[in-house]
Design a protein around this ligand. Structure first.
Ligand code: BEZ
Ligand code: FE
Length: 279
């Protein structure tokens, strides 16, 4: 096909995809091309603007390292991560809701006993976190793998402190026979997502702040249940309604309570969705 113009080029590209053997890939590519072309037409994209966009994506790629994934950050700040989570985690009422995974999870965090201090030296106000893991029917889930990670009082994850000799603010523990768990840590504080790269530039250009409300991350796995990736957010945080990555669910907001004896506690129960039987 020759002499394609602005009116018929979309159809020509779609025709070129018609032989894609994998039907799902064909559907995704077709829709992507349709929406990209519609976007360019709608805003009447100029050549300079498209070059600027390419430069932005190139810089985003160059910012990625083993420790930093700027494309995930871009997806998060455009709401695409949370949209994907929301579409794929439509659980029955009563289940704990899911939210974004984020870029700071680490495989192989230390496995600790109940009651351990997962802060492991991280700065912050000490606290006790406790709760129970249950199934949707109310049954206790024993032996659930509870992977927890959090930023410290300076708003940094251990992986953002490259000179640290060991993990801080992250661990894996297992629920007891009654589904219960407890561990010590430091109180979560709000922190800005990394904004010294292209995503930060995009946030500033669109008059957005980079802050996330204080939260603890959890990933909970147990045989017979869907894996839950979620956070517990701290009630009263000033960024609950303007999370830079759109991850807040009201059902995940909880209170860190200062007890009479001076200890700060967080109580939060998790409810897992049983895996659907396919017989
Ligand atoms: C986080 O909560 O760790 C996070 C999530 C998305 C982007 C940046 C950080
Ligand atoms: Fe986080």
């Amino acid at each position: 096909m020759r002499n394609l113009d602005q009116y018929n080029i979309t159809q020509a590209v779609l025709a070129r995809l018609a032989q894609t053997p994998d039907p799902r890939l064909k559907q995704i590519m077709t829709s992507l091309v349709q929406h990209l072309h519609a976007f360019a037409r709608e805003v009447r994209l100029t050549e300079d603007e498209w070059k600027r966009g390419i430069d932005f994506l190139t810089a985003t790629g160059h910012t990625c390292t083993d420790q930093r994934q700027e494309f995930i950050l871009l997806s998060d700040t455009l709401g695409l991560s949370m949209l994907t989570v929301a579409m794929n985690n439509d659980k029955p009422a009563g289940c704990t809701e899911a939210t974004v995974f984020g870029p700071f999870h680490v495989e192989g965090a230390p496995v600790v006993e109940q009651g351990a201090d997962v802060a492991n030296g991280a700065p912050g106000e000490p606290c006790l976190v406790r709760g129970r893991v249950r199934g949707l029917g109310g049954e206790p889930v024993a032996g659930a793998e509870i992977d927890v990670w959090q930023a410290d009082a300076d708003g940094l994850y251990d992986v953002q402190r490259p000179d640290l000799p060991h993990h801080q603010g992250r661990a894996v523990l297992h629920s007891a026979e009654d589904g219960g768990f407890h561990f010590r840590s430091v109180v979560a504080e709000p922190y800005p997502i990394p904004d010294d790269g292209p995503v930060g530039e995009m946030l500033r250009a669109t008059a957005r702040h980079p802050w996330r409300p204080a939260h603890l991350h959890f990933m909970i796995k147990a045989p017979g249940y869907e894996t839950l990736v979620t956070h517990v957010f701290r009630d009263g945080d000033p960024y609950l309604d303007s999370d830079a990555v759109f991850g807040v669910r009201q059902s995940l907001v909880a209170q860190w309570v200062r007890q009479a004896d001076g200890l700060t506690t967080l109580d939060f129960d998790f409810v897992l969705n049983p895996v659907k039987k396919t017989t």
